[in-house]
Design a protein around this ligand. Structure first.
Ligand code: SRM
Ligand code: SF4
Length: 566
């Protein structure tokens, strides 16, 4: 038998933190630095914040022997992506008063504020809570913001899945009083009182945990990037239950073959009444069997690969005390958004706007605030970093359209289909892990590719394209038809051949190319696609059929990468 491995250092930190308190309160009160200690930074994540610094000015400050330009990222949970106009206005106020003047809509339907300085952090979080939102468990080794298909045209079925995702979110929110104590001046739990964290226990989960609820034919939440997903099975307009998918994930490290993106396994079916219990038990199996010795091997995908999906299902059934039913049939068409106005069964209207890179700024921000001031419905953040102005009553629509027109938003979705199907993660200048640009880099790459698309008559053909500043995969690049994954400043690994519905991983096509080289490589492939594609053939399928990407797994390629048929 091999020697018992040492736990990862974060495990000791969690055990010793007294349910996520540690020395956070003291660290935040220390005004001699804009930063926090390493341990405090790790604990702060469970409270929804990251310490960052402005990387654009890092070198200059180092030269002048100045402390890094520290500031904080705050991630605000929005379960299912639904926010009220009041909450939008609050985020807008906070962006102006305490952050960098922008609101970031994330790939998991949450809000982010960047650039909040230490002395304003507590006040900002208090204000977020005053608008009935919170930041607890937006990050950290716990369940994160629960995603849900946000498209309201799905009528009753949609209302059901939204409720389910909100219930899962509530059930899996950590119970610790630390959040209230540190940020909201809540009463201190006396040290003699034993606090309990009923689901997670003292050491929480081995690693982050992500859940999504999808409604076919849309896979806009990208189930294959989530540890756990529920796929609604809708019959005659009613949700009869959910397929259960486990073990999806994106993150990998360049050059480390033990890390890889992985598609989820669809292992069974449960009724709507069982969903929250199934979610809890999946979390418990991962809590008990996940690898706590190596954080690069601690996600559920590795727990399953180490033991098999059959083992996992057996264990889950054992924890549940009953068996999941067999998987039901379903089909995804795509993982993008459906832009423009739609009318629902109640006669209300919904407008899916395109927000490039999810960054709400300048004129668009002013316009959306003005809309929030008069809007009676709600706002829905999509998993593709876009925004739906939802539940617009017919009599409300002209006033909203006038504002959209005034602030240049009405035609936001009249872009090339490539741009509309793009995602870029934040990357530079705030992300400490970025190796290359993404949010600031992808728009220009698309502009250049648009020329080729235009000449080839493909302006309106949806091809998914995603760019991330590193292989952690925050923009879910490995599930797109074209992906740029940051390798070094100005250099990307180019991937091709993902499934158009996010149901097949793409493959590495060329390593460490510049943006210009990538465009030169892509140009003839796009031209060939225009000329020789078969009826209805997606770009991802074409590059494999045409032989640009090998259709066989050679042992080094990604796990389970062969599912050619969508
Ligand atoms: Fe992410 C870490 C941004 C969705 C996988 N992610 C980070 C950090 C916090 C960097 C850090 O640890 O210092 C990034 C902050 C950048 C910044 O300045 O804002 C960051 N991730 C984001 C967001 C904001 C990207 C965006 O442009 O929208 C997304 C916030 C989602 C949210 O609201 O919760 C975001 N991150 C994702 C996704 C996509 C998803 O979940 O659907 C993934 C891939 C799915 C997955 O988890 O497998 C993802 N982020 C990671 C990883 C790699 C995890 C892994 O298992 O290897 C890291 C690094 C880590 O955890 O060590 C990371
Ligand atoms: Fe940062 Fe990498 Fe995530 Fe992009 S993919 S936000 S660069 S961690």
């Amino acid at each position: 038998m091999s020697e018992e491995k040492k736990l990862a250092s974060n495990e000791y930190l969690k055990i010793g933190s007294n349910y996520l308190r540690g020395t956070l309160a003291e660290g935040l009160a220390d005004t001699s630095t804009g930063g926090l200690t390493e341990d405090e930074q790790q604990l702060l994540k469970f409270h929804g914040c990251y310490l960052q610094d402005d990387r654009d000015i890092r070198a200059g400050r180092r030269k002048h022997k100045l402390e890094k330009a520290f500031s904080f990222l705050i991630r605000v949970r929005v379960p299912g992506g639904v926010a009220t106009p009041e909450q939008w206005i609050k985020m807008d106020d906070l962006a102006t008063n305490f952050a960098n003047g922008t609101i970031k809509l994330t790939t998991r339907q949450a809000f982010q504020l960047h650039g909040v300085i230490k002395t304003q952090l507590k006040r900002t979080i208090k204000e977020i809570n005053s608008a009935a939102m919170d930041t607890i468990a937006a990050c950290g080794d716990v369940n994160r913001n629960v995603m849900c298909n946000p498209n309201p045209y799905l009528s009753e079925a949609h209302a059901d899945v939204l409720k389910i995702s909100q219930n899962i979110s509530e059930h899996l929110t950590p119970a610790t009083g630390a959040y209230h104590e540190i940020w909201l001046d809540g009463e201190k739990v006396e040290s003699t009182q034993e606090e309990v964290e009923p689901i997670y226990g003292k050491t929480y989960l081995p690693r982050k945990f992500k859940i999504a609820v999808a409604v076919p034919p849309s896979n806009d939440v990208d189930i294959h990037a989530n540890d756990l997903s529920f796929v609604a099975i809708v019959e005659e307009g009613k949700v009869v239950g959910y397929n259960v998918a486990v073990g999806g994930g994106m993150g990998m490290t360049h050059g480390d073959e033990n890390t890889y993106p992985r598609l989820a396994d669809i292992i069974g079916f449960c009724t709507p009444e069982q969903v929250v219990e199934v979610a809890e038990k999946v979390v418990l199996v991962q809590r008990d069997f996940g690898d706590r010795t190596n954080r690069k091997h601690a996600r559920l995908k590795y727990t399953i690969d180490d033991r098999s999906a059959d083992w996992f299902l057996e264990k889950l059934n054992e924890y549940l005390g009953y068996d999941l039913e067999p998987v039901r049939e379903f089909k995804f068409d795509d993982n993008g958004d459906r832009f423009g106005w739609v009318e629902d069964h109640e006669g209300n209207f919904h407008l899916n706007l395109f927000i490039e890179g999810g960054r709400v700024r300048d004129e668009a921000r002013t316009g959306l605030r003005k809309i929030a001031e008069i809007h009676q419905g709600d706002f829905r953040l999509t998993g593709n970093q876009n925004l739906i102005i939802a539940k617009v009553a017919p009599k409300e629509r002209p006033a909203i359209e006038a504002l959209l027109e005034e602030y240049g938003l009405l035609k936001s979705h009249e872009q090339s289909a490539l741009r509309l199907n793009s995602i870029a993660c934040v990357a530079l200048p705030t992300c400490g892990l970025a190796l290359a640009e993404a949010e600031r880099g992808l728009p220009g790459v698309i502009t250049e590719l648009e020329q080729v698309l235009e000449e080839s008559g493909l302006r309106h053909d949806a091809i998914t394209i995603r760019m991330t500043g590193c292989p952690n995969g925050c923009g879910r690049p490995f599930l797109s038809e074209i992906a740029f994954v940051g390798r070094a400043p100005g250099k990307y690994n180019l991937y091709l051949g993902g499934g158009h519905a996010g149901d097949r991983l793409n493959k590495l096509y060329r390593e460490a190319v510049t943006r210009e080289e990538a465009i030169t490589l892509l140009t003839p492939i796009i031209q060939a696609y225009a000329k020789t594609r078969e009826e209805g053939e997606t770009f991802g399928n074409f590059v494999i059929r045409a032989g640009y990407i090998a259709a066989t797994v050679n042992g080094l390629d990604f796990h389970k990468n062969l599912k050619l048929e969508a």
